[in-house]
Design a binder for this molecule. Structure first.
Ligand code: NDP
Length: 405
C-alpha cells in the first residue's frame, strides 16, 4: 500500500452509524434524539472510545474525537482501536427515570454493533457510572451475556479500581517524567491546577503525594488561590463541593479563610513551577501562556482535552517551556479502561496497587515514546510532535501489515 492510500484509508471511519433514540419523559411526552457511533480504526484492537451525551453532539464533532482517540489509544501500548459515539440528548435537569429510559432506548439500537471483542464504549461528558449502568443492564438483557462490553462499570459488577482518579494520577505521573528530564521532581514545587472535576481531583491528590503544593483549583466562575496548599481534608471538602452539584468553587474560600476566590479569573496568573490545566477546552490562551512564562513556569501538562489554544502552545514551545498535550498526558484514563477490559476477560479484579502500578508503567512508556520521536537536536522535547508520530506509526504499521481492507 502506498503512503497516500494508507492516509486516505485512515481518514475515513470504518463505520459511521446515526440512529434515532425515541424516549418518553415523566409527563408522557415523546422525544426523539439522534444517537451516533463512529467505529474509526481497529488495526491494533477493538474499537474503543467514549459516549458523549450533550446537546452540542453531532456527527462531525464525534468524527474528530474518534480520529484523535485512535492515536491516544495507540500511545497507551494497549491493544485498543479508536471510536467515539453519543447523542445530542441533554442529561442536565432530567430525572433518574428519564435518564434510564433514554439509555435503554439508546442501547436498543447500539447493541447490534458492539461487543467485548468488537467495540467497547466508555463514558465521556454526560455519561458517568449511572448511565453506563443503565446501558449495561439493557445490553445484558438483550444478549443474555455478562461481558466487558462497556468500561467505567460499577466496582461491584466488573469495574476497575481507581478508574475515576486514573486520568489525574496518570497526568501527574507523566508530568513527573517530564520533570525528571531536567533532574527535577515534584518535591517543593508550586503547582497550579484548573477545574475541580474528576481529572483535577486525581491530579491534586497525586501531586500532594509526590511532595508538591497545589495552590489553585477553578470552576467556570473563577479560581481559588490557597497559599497553604490544597491537600488532606481540603481535597475531601473539594469533593463534597463537587458532589453537591455546585458549579462554583467560591464556598472553599469561606471554609478555609487563607484561601481567596478570584471571580471571573483563571489560575494562570498565579506564580507556579508546574501548570496542569484539567478543566476544559481553550481555557489557556496566549496571554495566559505569556503570564505563566513571565512567572517562571517550567512545565505545562494538559490533563484536559485541548485546554491550550494553538497560540499558547506556540508560546510555550518558542520559550522552550516543557509542554505536553492531552493526547499523551491524559491517556491514563483510557489506559485504565483498557486494564478494566483485561480484568473482565480474565474474570479477575486487580487490587488498587496493581492497577496503579500498571498505570504508572504505561505513563512512563508514553513519555518514552514521546521523547523518542519528539527530541530535537538542541535537546528540547517537542511532545506534540512526539505523541503524534508515535501514535500514528503504530497504527499505520499495523494497517500496512494487514493489507487493503
Ligand atoms: P468534570 O466534568 O468532572 O470536571 C470538569 C470541571 O471543570 C467541572 O468542575 C467544571 O465545572 C469545571 N469547568 C468547566 N468549565 C470550566 C472553565 N471554563 N473554567 C474552569 N473550570 C471549568 O470533567 P473531567 O474532570 O472528567 O474532565 C475534564 C477534562 O478532561 C475534559 O476536557 C475531558 O474531556 C478530559 N478528560 C477526562 C477524562 C476522564 O477520565 N475523566 C479522560 C481524558 C480526558 P461545571 O461542572 O460547573 O461545568
Amino acid at each position: 500500500m502506498n503512503r497516500q492510500a494508507l492516509l486516505s484509508a485512515s481518514l475515513s471511519p470504518t463505520v459511521s452509524l446515526t440512529f434515532k433514540v425515541p424516549w418518553v419523559d415523566d409527563s408522557g411526552k415523546v422525544h426523539v434524539n439522534l444517537g451516533y457511533r463512529i467505529q474509526f480504526n481497529n488495526a491494533i484492537g477493538p474499537y474503543k472510545g467514549g459516549l458523549r451525551f450533550h446537546p452540542s453532539v453531532n456527527l462531525s464533532i464525534l468524527k474528530f474525537l474518534g480520529f484523535e482517540q485512535i492515536f491516544k489509544n495507540s500511545l497507551t501500548t494497549l491493544p485498543m482501536g479508536g471510536g467515539k459515539g453519543g447523542s445530542d440528548f441533554d442529561p442536565k435537569g432530567k430525572s433518574n427515570a428519564e435518564i434510564m429510559r433514554f439509555c435503554q432506548s439508546f442501547m436498543l439500537e447500539l447493541w447490534k454493533m458492539i461487543g467485548p471483542e468488537t467495540d467497547v464504549p466508555a463514558g465521556d461528558i454526560g455519561v458517568g457510572g449511572r448511565e453506563i449502568g443503565f446501558m449495561y443492564g439493557m445490553y445484558k438483557k438483550l444478549t443474555r451475556e455478562h461481558t466487558g462490553v462497556l468500561t467505567g462499570k460499577g466496582i461491584n459488577w466488573g469495574g476497575s479500581l481507581i478508574r475515576p482518579e486514573a486520568t489525574g494520577f496518570g497526568a501527574v505521573y507523566f508530568a513527573h517524567e517530564m520533570l525528571k528530564t531536567k533532574n527535577q521532581d515534584f518535591k517543593g514545587k508550586t503547582v497550579a491546577v484548573s477545574g475541580f472535576g474528576n481529572v483535577a481531583w486525581g491530579a491534586v491528590q497525586k501531586v500532594t503525594e509526590l511532595g508538591g503544593k497545589v495552590v489553585t483549583i477553578s470552576g467556570p466562575d473563577g479560581y481559588i488561590y490557597d497559599p497553604d496548599g490544597i491537600s488532606g481534608e481540603k481535597i475531601h471538602y473539594m469533593l463534597e463541593l463537587r458532589s453537591s452539584n455546585q458549579d462554583i468553587v467560591k464556598p472553599y474560600s469561606y471554609e478555609f479563610p487563607n484561601a481567596q476566590f478570584h471571580q471571573g479569573k483563571r489560575p494562570w496568573e498565579v506564580k507556579c513551577d508546574v501548570a496542569l490545566p484539567c478543566a476544559t477546552q481553550n481555557e489557556l490562551g496566549k496571554e495566559d501562556a505569556l503570564t505563566l512564562i513571565k512567572n517562571g513556569v517550567m512545565c505545562v501538562a494538559e490533563g484536559a482535552n485541548m485546554p491550550s489554544t494553538p497560540e499558547a502552545i506556540e508560546a510555550f514551545q518558542e520559550h522552550k517551556v516543557m509542554f505536553a498535550p492531552g493526547k499523551a498526558v491524559n491517556a491514563g484514563g483510557v489506559a485504565t479502561s483498557g486494564l478494566e477490559m483485561s480484568q473482565n476477560s480474565m474474570k479477575l479484579n486487580w487490587a488498587t496497587e496493581e492497577v496503579d502500578m500498571r498505570l504508572h508503567q504505561i505513563m512512563k512508556s508514553i513519555h518514552e515514546q514521546c521523547a523518542k520521536y519528539g527530541t530535537q537536536p538542541d535537546g528540547y522535547i517537542n511532545y506534540v510532535k512526539g505523541a503524534n508520530v508515535a501514535g500514528f506509526l503504530k497504527v499505520a504499521n499495523a494497517m500496512l501489515d494487514q493489507g487493503v481492507l
